[in-house]
Design a protein around this ligand. Structure first.
Ligand SMILES: Nc1ncnc2c1ncn2[C@@H]1O[C@H](COP(=O)(O)OP(=O)(O)OP(=O)(O)O)[C@@H](O)[C@H]1O
Ligand SMILES: [Mg+2]
Length: 266
């Protein structure tokens, strides 16, 4: 009895991703200047920070798109150099970018199975539309995303619905670590609420650890268990969401901004 109670807890608390002292240089530009973080199992970590702070670069290292110039990564406890996006995917790391990479003229169900199409048995390897349709509908239903029909082309959906399909696709491919780079950018309040609800439902289902890059402090504190502030390639503040506030975060950023002006204005 005791074992069944403690096992899921142990799985939840294991570290999904750990970065130690990551450095990333692009020629003369140092985009990351020694970034360390841990992402707990089942945790949502929100990353905040100015334009050019290095947030996307960090996420692109986690997706295997960029390789770090220095520092180490542990994925599910094992030291790993992520060689490519496919390598990261094989380890259960999926990313949803702001420019979504959905095929707009294709149907919802087709997008859900893009590059992973189900084919029928037999010599002709025909696409199994029936099965893809049913599975796509089931998957969307499971995570509470409502669309009129999975046959609709993606271009007929709103921005929020499209983002939801992209998240559903990532989750459906057995993601264990989900990276969201500004999932609410350019969204109205209603669409943002749709995605926030979806993220919260995924958290409740368990088994998924999430890093979200966000710009809105209040929304981030609402969703994330923990927040991290990045400034000029470094982590300058880290705190559990419950222990900080929008006012405190704004204060930190304001102080930094003033300090920068003091050094650049003569
Ligand atoms: N492929 C690249 N080649 C050269 N420099 C790059 C490249 N990608 C990012 N940079 C530089 O690295 C720094 C960090 O960029 P990054 O995109 O990570 O910032 P960000 O925090 O995501 O900003 P934003 O909030 O505007 O999306 C910037 O100075 C940027 O110009
Ligand atoms: Mg970015």
């Amino acid at each position: 009895m005791e074992a069944t109670q403690t096992a899921p807890q142990a799985a939840q608390s294991a570290v999904a991703l750990r970065a130690d002292n990551l450095v990333k240089r692009f020629g003369a530009v140092t985009a990351l200047d020694g970034v360390s973080l841990t992402l707990g199992g089942g945790e949502i970590l929100g990353i905040l920070g100015d334009n050019g702070a290095g947030k996307s670069t960090l996420v692109k290292i986690f997706t295997g798109f960029h390789q770090q110039s220095g520092g180490t990564l542990h994925v599910h406890g094992e030291e790993t150099l992520l060689r490519s996006v496919d390598h990261a995917r094989a380890l259960g790391i999926e990313c949803v970018y702001q420019d979504l990479a959905l095929a707009n003229s294709l149907s919802i169900y087709h997008n859900m199975f893009l590059n992973r199409e189900i084919v029928r048995r037999g010599p002709f390897r025909l696409l199994d539309h029936k099965q893809m349709r049913e599975r796509a509908a089931q998957c969307l239903d499971d995570i509470g995303v409502h669309v009129p029909s999975v046959d609709l082309p993606v271009e007929r959906l709103s921005g929020g619905q499209r983002q939801a399909i992209a998240v559903a696709r990532a989750v459906h491919s057995n993601a264990r670590i989900l990276l969201l780079d500004e999932p609410l950018a350019a969204m109205g309040a209603r669409e943002a609420a749709l995605i926030i609800d979806l993220i919260m439902r995924l958290k409740e289902k368990g088994g998924l650890s999430i890093i979200m890059i966000m710009h809105n402090y209040a929304q981030t504190l609402d969703i994330a268990d923990r927040i991290m502030l990045m400034q000029r390639g470094r982590v300058t503040y880290e705190q559990r969401s419950a222990n900080t506030s929008v006012a405190e975060l704004m204060d930190i950023v304001r102080r930094e901004y003033r300090a920068m002006r003091a050094t650049t204005v003569h």
